[in-house]
Design a protein. Sequence first.
Length: 198
Amino acid sequence: MSPQLYVQSVSMTELIYNVLYHADIFYAFREPSELGRYSWIIDAKGRDGTTDWEHWWSRMVRPMLQSKSLRQPFPRVEEGDYSYQVHMRMGLPEHLRPFSNGNDNCFDLRPILEDVDFSSETQAGLEAVDILANAVRRSLSGNYQRYGWIEIPRLMIHRNDHYIRLFTVAGANVDIELPEYADVLNDFRAGGRSLFPS
């Protein structure tokens, strides 16, 4: 696997984990029925069917997510309505208990990831995400002025850290200097939507 595909594998798996982590809380307070079924549409690499990497990732995403969710379980807020997810919840299987942080209630990832489609067709949602991701990338690269990105955080979920997830392939002991795009990242620390209704 090329380094680029490795980074894409890690980042896409992390993205799905974060979507599940935040969307569950967000929709449990607003539109609980949205939690009853997940449908994932991913921009395909090519037009001639699923690539080898896409096939590999589709098979590996579930165990990668399972491993992470055992260490960092998806939260449930007591006041939220999770009734549409009953068929996705299960007790922790015995063989996974040694790897868990002690939480017995976990997701069955099969129904969550059973509808994954790599699509090369034009999809309005994918086009919108592509435009936003490109705007963020260009902002971090110094190609946009502040007015080009300042409204984007309003479309995101507020977190205590900045809203953009960064990855590095550098070793853990590498000193990282303050990046040139630190001002852009700081603008992605506020203005996002609250997970909880006001």
